[in-house]
Structure formats: C-alpha cells, structure tokens
Design a protein around this ligand. Structure first.
Ligand code: HEM
Length: 140
C-alpha cells in the first residue's frame, strides 16, 4: 500500500506519449492517424474526481482493498503504464522495493531530515531536486 501510494503521488514516469496509427474516434472527436497523444499520468494520479477529496494526502490505506476500490477510474492509475508496452520491470521493481523496505525496517526506524526541501522535479524521471536526506535510528 505504501509503495502504491508513493507511486501514485510521485510516479517516476509522469507522462506517456503514444501516436495513433489509424483515424479513430474518441467520444465525438475524430483523431486522425499520426496524432501524438500525451497520457498525463501524474495529473490523473492527482485528480480529485478519481481519488476523492484527500487526493493530495499520502494515504496508503486508500489501497487497502486494491486499486479498483482506491480509484473511481482504475485505468487512471498508471505508474507502470498499461497494455502491450507496459513496464517489463514492474514485478521486479515492486518486489525490490518491498525487500529493501523490509530489510531496512528490521534494523532501523527512519524519518525525513529537517533539512529536506520538498521540490519534486523532472529530469527524465520525477525525482527530488535537492535529494532526500533521511535520519536513521538503529533499533536494538
Ligand atoms: C518504480 C520503478 C519503475 C517504474 C515506475 C517504471 C515505469 C515504466 C513505464 C511507465 C513504462 C512505459 C513507458 C512508455 O510506454 O513510454 C516503462 C517501460 C519499461 N520499463 Fe519500467 N519502470 C520501473 C522499473 C523498471 C525496471 C526495474 C526495469 C528493468 C528491470 C524496467 C524496464 C522497462 C522496459 C524495458 C520498458 C519498455 C517496455 C516496452 O516498451 O515494451 N522498468 N516503465
């Protein structure tokens, strides 16, 4: 739940670009072949209409019953994209994050340093502009 929620608020890939290969209709709009379409992942992840009034809050519990219960439009949660060109490393990345977190939590408590400045920025992927200093405390 914590990993899902972190990827919702801070998706490393903030948008996707796709191109239509044939003319197509979306609602009553005609989209000609060759049109570039931006899928605004981060905007959908932070859209109150999909997630509710607490959309800006870090609330892992929203995923307690899975993605379909967390989001009114489950297709709007796309940290690893969707379909035939989705992320090939999705399962690996999720397991890795769980293993790293579980390994750290066996020995340490940690919290964000008071020197942390919240400044998400995009340099190919989304990242903290001034890094993320963390204070670790060993659990005896
Ligand atoms: C939190 C970690 C990760 C996130 C959020 C992520 C996200 C994504 C997204 C959104 C795409 C689709 C890009 C597009 O269609 O334009 C993608 C594609 C891809 N990812 Fe990841 N990824 C992650 C980790 C990894 C890892 C660990 C690997 C490899 C071990 C990996 C390998 C790939 C590859 C090869 C593609 C291209 C797949 C294709 O085009 O068919 N990713 N990833």
């Amino acid at each position: 739940m914590v990993i899902y929620e972190a990827l919702r608020l801070y998706p490393p890939v903030i948008a996707l670009v796709r191109e239509t290969d044939t003319d197509m209709k979306l609602g009553n709009k005609l989209i000609p072949a060759g049109t570039a379409i931006i899928v605004p992942i981060i905007a959908w992840h932070q859209d109150e209409r999909f997630w509710g009034a607490d959309v800006k809050e870090f609330n892992p519990e929203r995923f307690a019953e899975g993605i379909t219960k967390a989001c009114k439009v489950p297709g709007a949660y796309l940290p690893f994209s969707f379909g035939p060109r989705n992320c090939i490393g999705q399962v690996f990345a999720t397991i890795e994050a769980k293993v790293v977190l579980a390994t750290i939590l066996q020995r340490y408590r940690f919290c964000i340093s008071s020197q942390y400045v919240h400044a998400p920025t995009v340099v190919v992927t989304l990242k903290p502009e001034f890094g993320m200093p963390i204070v670790f405390e060993e659990v005896l």
